[in-house]
Design a protein around this ligand. Structure first.
Ligand SMILES: [Fe+2]
Ligand SMILES: [Fe+2]
Length: 285
């Protein structure tokens, strides 16, 4: 994926729109140097705001921020304290700011050998999971770790870089550990298969018997988003929109064996659906 494409994906995760025209304009091969010049923000910013509105202007600044982030991470590498202080000071990675996907994480998936199709799925799950997480926060005031939701969703299928078999969860967790990802993310890869297996199911599928329960709300949001993304994009069931998939979720799982699998799996997904919809409060738009 060329660098410009990553900006499109992070824009989608923040706003639901890719702002492709704007990002392509910023990264114009001939003019990109001037368009990344911080002293020109005032001049370009006014024109961008006139054309794309305040959200577009914000996305232009996010584009510059993301590029700074990638470059500074390259320069500072492992000197973590100096790096984090400076990134916080300049607002490149402000602590506590609303989370958006990290360009370096997307690159890590590509470097691990993930196919373009699987990466596309992962980005869609991350965008959907973050959308749901924000609606949970505004609907219920629940504490949700947006970074864990975004990164956990982005990495949940890391193991697919090696296999699409059911072991991709287990393998992904091992790969994550080797890459130095936090355990909170590695367990999501391990547990996401069928939304958290019981001991009996693990035995039946030939997977190690352990606790696959999704203890954290963040984990349940990711698994719910993963199911929704399959429903929305597989084309197996016709849905009009993401909202439509949420509204008809139980019906679709009851009628489509691919999604519902069996009684135990289906009931588990129903549980996440009911809990999360309850927390979001208002019906999907
Ligand atoms: Fe998966
Ligand atoms: Fe998935």
């Amino acid at each position: 994926m060329p660098p410009t494409q990553k900006h499109l994906q992070t824009s989608i995760s923040r706003t639901g729109k890719d702002y492709a025209e704007l990002h392509n304009w910023i990264d114009d091969p001939e003019l990109k140097t001037a368009r990344h010049d911080f002293t020109k923000i005032w001049e370009f910013g006014a024109a961008i705001k006139a054309k794309y509105g305040a959200e577009g202007l914000q996305e232009y600044i996010e584009h510059l921020r993301e590029d700074m982030d990638v470059k500074l991470m390259k320069i500072w590498g492992k000197d973590a304290t100096t790096r984090d202080e400076a990134l916080d000071y300049y607002g490149i990675r402000r602590k506590g700011r609303d989370y958006s996907l990290d360009m370096a994480d997307i690159k890590m998936l590509q470097d691990a050998g993930m196919s373009a199709e699987d990466l596309d799925h992962s980005l869609k799950v991350a965008g959907r999971a973050l959308d749901i997480a924000r609606r949970v926060v505004s609907g219920s005031g629940a504490q949700v770790d947006l970074e864990l939701v975004g990164r956990g969703a982005l990495f949940h299928d890391l193991g697919k870089a090696k296999t699409h078999a059911i072991e991709h969860g287990l393998l992904g967790a091992e790969m994550g550990k080797a890459l130095g990802l936090p355990d909170t993310i590695n367990v999501i890869m391990e547990k996401h298969i069928r939304g958290g297996l019981t001991a009996a199911e693990a035995t039946e599928l030939g997977l190690p018997v352990k606790d696959y329960t999704l203890h954290k709300l963040e984990e349940r949001i990711i698994i719910y988003a993963d199911r929704l993304v399959d429903i929305i994009y597989d084309g197996l069931v016709k849905v009009d929109s993401a909202a439509d998939a949420e509204l008809r979720f139980e019906n679709i799982l009851s009628n489509e064996i691919k999604y519902g699998k069996n009684d135990i799996t289906r009931e588990r997904y129903f549980g996440y659906h009911r809990e999360i919809q309850g927390l979001m409060g208002t019906p999907p738009q």
